[in-house]
Design a protein around this ligand. Sequence first.
Ligand SMILES: CC(=O)SCCNC(=O)CCNC(=O)[C@H](O)C(C)(C)COP(=O)(O)OP(=O)(O)OC[C@H]1O[C@@H](n2cnc3c(N)ncnc32)[C@H](O)[C@@H]1OP(=O)(O)O
Ligand SMILES: O=C([O-])CC(=O)C(=O)O
Length: 380
Amino acid sequence: MTAVCEYIPGLENIPVAESAISYVDGQKGVLEYRGIPIEELAQKSTFLETTYLLIWGVLPTKEELAAFENEIRFHRRIKYRIRDMMKCFPETGHPMDALQTSAAALGLFYSRRALNDSHYIREAVVRLIAKIPTMVAAFKSMRKGNDPIQPRDDLDYSTNFLYMLTERIPEPVAARVFDVCLILHAEHTMNASTFSAMVTSSTLTDPYGVIASAVGTLAGPLHGGANEEVIDMLEAIGSVENVRPYIEDCITNKKKIMGFGHRVYKVKDPRATILQGLAERLFEQMGHDRFYDIALELEKVVEEKLGHKGIYANVDFYSGLVYRKLGIPTDLYTPIFAIARVAGWLAHWREQISENRIFRPTQVYVGEHSRPYLPFHDRG
Ligand SMILES: CC(=O)SCCNC(=O)CCNC(=O)[C@H](O)C(C)(C)COP(=O)(O)OP(=O)(O)OC[C@H]1O[C@@H](n2cnc3c(N)ncnc32)[C@H](O)[C@@H]1OP(=O)(O)O
Ligand SMILES: O=C([O-])CC(=O)C(=O)O
């Protein structure tokens, strides 16, 4: 057994896997999925094609993509027993908690753990990619006491999701912008939720448990949950004039500015640049959002004050402005991140189980030894 004694908080710079799924250069601001730059995928691909690429490692042929899209369409509905279970969720509960519970519940129906069976793997991939958006939209309706809106087979993936949220067919530009957002959030090397998915995968449990654990990890404000917090922060700041004192207060009191900073990127996150462009495209078509002026000033001041520490806008900074313009409630932003990231989690699940060894790191014990057990009357 090799003993590595140095403890590195947050596992910074410690490789935990070999992976061929995505690549980040944090100094140059480069992100590639299976070797293809994110900018090119955002321009030319769709979320389902990108999902196929991430999970199976190749761009599909026209026929393979059509078959994959059809399978997804066929599996969009969720069982009435899952819907009934979701009806019992408290309406004040956070949609990420609802999603984590519902994703785990899929395992009650489909868990066979046939991890050597390629049909089982394909079906699990299709079910999760297909059903997660339906569950997110269903909770949005049910928490208001309404029946969930059923998926429509004549609509593509993103159009259908926006339709299930609003019962209106979105403008093509809105559906395309949303689809690009999903591409941008689909995968990002060894982030916290992907690591969580891999640790769970390494026990050879079922993929529904893997996704449920990853959803739980994504929810936190230091990770995917930051997109929701950014909008709360812009609202709290309220005006462009308030930006500078707000940032100065954060710096003085060592408060984190949401949507900024990254373990890997020491320049602006390339996804933030693309998301900013998408937000601007929507503002041109659908009207300006005054929060954007606050966001621009915020980015300028953070760069001025913290740029020397490598703190720049990350993926969570501009995504909320896009979703806000699409009329999506703030607490659905992180579940939408999850809808996209399921693709990356599943890609890592497949990679992990193809050459598995259970994750079992070590710790540096800093407690005591050989303490006596004291009866109640002798305890302080
Ligand atoms: C999809 C995603 O997960 S993207 C990230 C989403 N999360 C956020 O936007 C939350 C805000 N950002 C952060 O909390 C962090 O930057 C993280 C969690 C993303 C990265 O964390 P780490 O790599 O562990 O960096 P850490 O928190 O140690 O910060 C390093 C230094 O930069 C500072 N710093 C990092 N991020 C920020 C920030 N957003 N605002 C202010 N200061 C920051 C820290 O205070 C620390 O300063 P110090 O060295 O003077 O003490
Ligand atoms: O890579 C990370 O640590 C966080 C991140 O940007 C992501 O998961 O998209």
